[in-house]
Design a protein around this ligand. Structure first.
Ligand code: GLN
Length: 252
């Protein structure tokens, strides 16, 4: 009898533990933590009245929509672009939304959503520059942002370059005559050119191919990836992402 009592007690204790574990597992967090680098207008930037705290931009609006469609809140963590994938993989972030180009290299360590925006690298030079194509950058002082696909493109061309932490730092170098050209994503380049007189964009479509932006999640996080893709599909089909891009680019 005593033995039966003991066994029953053990079973009940185990059941209690199992129940606690399963309910802990079910208790989903009410927010999605997105990592970004808010130095990339019009996709992400800091402003006095942002749409999530101080953050605003096309990506921030998309992040907000993804969270809301899933009955959650979006939290934005602003970290260096180069550290985003590391932060995602050590669990600090649920997703990265940062105008991040889907590349084979990055896809080795993260899973990407469906593409949601097509961009290309462009060159920003001073008016009157003799740089008319990518090949003309040879022997010039080139500035890129560290870890951006702009750096990869210039590296591939085999030219020397200097790296900076932010796009604005590259632009300052250009404006101050310390470099001849900045290689950066097209929409962001438009913003910098509209903010700084005397700068122009030079395109070279034969050298700089289209790039597609995707949202990254940790490898194997299919649950979140499916939720993200469902919202992106809907926003792409309804033209919402195109509207947002036009709206934010127009307001530059
Ligand atoms: N699209 C570029 C990249 O993925 C730049 C992204 C960014 O600056 N946020 O490297």
């Amino acid at each position: 009898m005593k033995k039966l009592f003991k066994i029953t007690a053990v079973i009940m204790a185990l059941a209690l533990v199992a129940c606690c574990f399963s309910s802990c597992g079910e208790k989903k967090s009410g927010k999605i933590v997105f990592g970004t680098n808010a130095e990339f207008p019009p996709f992400e930037f800091i402003t006095s009245k942002g749409i999530i705290g101080e953050f605003d931009g096309v990506d921030i609006a998309i992040a907000k929509q993804i969270a809301e469609s899933n009955g959650k809140e979006a939290e934005i963590q602003n970290i260096e672009f180069d550290s985003l994938i590391v932060a995602l993989n050590n669990g600090q972030l649920d997703a990265v939304i940062a105008g991040m180009t889907i590349t084979e290299e990055r896809a080795k360590s993260v899973d990407f959503s469906i593409p949601y925006y097509t961009a290309t690298q462009v060159m920003i030079v001073k008016e009157g520059s003799d740089i008319k194509a990518a090949a003309d950058m040879k022997g010039k002082t080139i500035a890129v942002v560290q870890g951006y696909t702009g750096e990869t493109c210039v590296k591939k061309l085999g030219f020397e370059y200097e790296t900076f932490k932010k796009g604005t730092e590259c632009i300052l170098e250009l404006v101050n005559g310390k470099c001849d050209v900045v290689v950066i994503d097209s929409a962001t380049a438009e913003k910098y050119v509209s903010d700084n007189e005397g700068l122009v964009i030079v395109k070279d479509e034969s050298e700089f191919k289209n790039e597609e932006y995707g949202i990254a999640v940790a490898k194997g996080n299919t649950e979140l990836l499916d939720q993200i893709n469902a919202v992106l599909e809907e926003m792409l089909a309804s033209g919402k992402i195109a509207d947002l891009s036009a709206q934010y680019i127009d307001s530059l």
